[in-house]
Design a binder for this molecule. Structure first.
Ligand code: ZN
Length: 268
């Protein structure tokens, strides 16, 4: 039986509550009914990190990451950043928390405060190192600075979420034990760069994700994304790599278990 591992999603997002039939529970049940066997729900601030843990406690097949997204770090009052990191570190010790994330740098918006983002990124890389947890990296319009910071934290390993970087980065970070996760954009017609990267990524390093409710794949663009749609992303990656859908689902499933330190026998 085919099975999918969605390595990155946000089921506590308001869009599920407001727009999906049955809300978050409806979206998860629908995905589980469609061969999704594991989901990592990603935190992006204190509230969503806590929500991720709650979801992981409610559903056997949901795991959590806790962390502060670079853009969210800018909304935390100056004196409260340190306390926030302490809370993240405490939450990270909860059962079923499998990574620190999503963390990184995002220079997309005009109000970007690079110094706050870099400070927050490094503080959380330190947490990951202390707790020996992988990190989930969000990087947008900031790859150079992201890699510079990762170079200063060589003991930290993790996953590049929604990866759209170069094959040189793949080669370099594969040697250092990193993983590369691909999302809906790999199905977009003009996404030459992402398609190349997905083709190039080593068989034991490739993962897939939805980033639900964002980034729906073709042919679901315009809809709220759910893990059940992961199969469309998997299909395109299977084609690019000249493998069957079944094999690709299984390869990415096992890689995700390894990347997050999840015992695959729990899904038998
Ligand atoms: Zn995300």
């Amino acid at each position: 039986m085919i099975r999918f591992f969605d390595s990155h999603a946000h089921y506590d997002d308001q869009r599920f509550k407001n727009e999906f039939p049955g809300g978050t529970d409806g979206a998860l049940d629908y995905s589980f009914e469609n061969n999704v066997r594991a989901i990592v729900n990603s935190g992006s601030n204190l509230e969503t990190s806590y929500n991720s843990i709650l979801l992981s406690q409610k559903y056997a097949n949901v795991f959590a990451t806790v962390g502060i997204h670079p853009t969210d770090s800018q909304y935390i009052k100056k004196g409260e950043l340190e306390t926030s990191f302490l809370k993240i570190e405490e939450m990270a010790k909860t059962e079923k928390v499998v990574a620190i994330g999503e963390i990184g740098l995002d220079y997309h918006y005009d109000d970007t405060v690079k110094e706050v983002q870099k400070y927050s990124f490094e503080a959380q890389l330190d947490i990951a190192e202390r707790l020996n947890l992988p990190v989930v990296i969000h990087t947008r319009d900031a790859m150079g600075d992201t890699l510079d910071i990762l170079d200063k934290h060589k003991n930290v390993r993790g996953i590049f979420h929604s990866f759209n970087g170069s094959t040189e980065i793949i080669s370099q970070y594969t040697k250092r034990g990193w993983y590369f996760s691909y999302s809906g954009p790999v199905t977009y017609k003009n996404a030459t760069n992402v398609k190349n990267a997905a083709r190039y990524t080593d068989e034991d390093r490739i993962m897939i994700e939805t980033d639900a409710p964002y980034l729906p794949p073709v042919p679901k663009r315009g809809e709220i994304n759910v893990s059940a749609f992961l199969r469309y992303t998997c299909e395109v990656i299977a084609e690019l790599r000249e493998k069957s859908l079944m094999e690709t689902a299984e390869i990415t499933f096992n890689n995700s278990c390894r990347a997050f330190g999840i015992d695959p026998s729990m899904f038998m």
